[in-house]
Design a protein around this ligand. Sequence first.
Ligand code: PMV
Length: 316
Amino acid sequence: MRHDPLHQPIATASAPGKFILHGEHAVVYGVPAIACPVAGVSATAHVYPKETPGIVVDAIDLNAQIRTQTDLDHPLSLATNNLLAQLGISPPPGLTIKLQSTIPIAAGLGSGASITTALIRALAQALGKQLTNATVSDLVFEIEKLFHGTPSGIDNTVVAYAQPVWFIRDQELIPLKTKTPFHILIGDTGIASETVTAVAGVRQRFDANPDQYQAYFDAIAALAHNAREIIETGNPAELGLLFNENHRLLQRIGVSNAELDTLVNAAKNAGALGAKLSGGGLGGNMIALVTADKIEPVTQALQAAGATRVIHTQVQ
Ligand code: PMV
């Protein structure tokens, strides 16, 4: 068989999905948050040589071919062109970047950040350049702003570093060392999570009632500190009560909905140690903390309660 270099990738990179364990929404107001990668779902970019100049991004799941020199407004063009500018590469070489992802879109699982991370890493590798996690995270943050307006930066950080992180807005992240691995089930309501709408709603209610909302955020901060200590030094089963308490606070700040509450209750009734919504809310995903023997029954209970997808992940 003839060896055809145009059909061999010259570089490949993957990035995980993510979920937020504690601190969504409050993180926008400077409260610490904990986020973890989800290894079971990921985005992958393969880079192939192309005979004609210019970079084309083939977003296979979106059925879109983006010409990064002419489709200038496309977020993936911006990601590509920002990287080339940072590396001082002009004109762009002839390359095709094929992107594929198994991460559900608009589900609070970091699909956008993951796709952009995979693209940037694979392209840098194809150009013979090494990027630090911090540089990747900064480049992805620029693209996140196009989608989320004023994101805290938590998605790009956890996805670029691909490890559990302690994150405070505008501060250097702290990687978390998990003393004992623990199991998380991620249940999808099947309803698109409108993060921008949810964040704007919280802002409106915060402005109308700052003292009350500050008290909610302070309570969420205390839960995050508690959770960090348990993850680093203690018994992860104790995280369950913190999940339940965090979910109640997220209900109060108005980002849960009937479907999320139904899945949270179904998980707890089936033996989860605790459960909460995760991410922007008003749809999207919830998470449940489970022991190994409860993975199966809680998965079934979530499905019976309407979850359109359940992902199992281990935090380690
Ligand atoms: O991308 P999501 O849906 O996981 O939401 C991000 C978390 C928020 O705190 C709601 C927003 C942000 O920018 O941190």
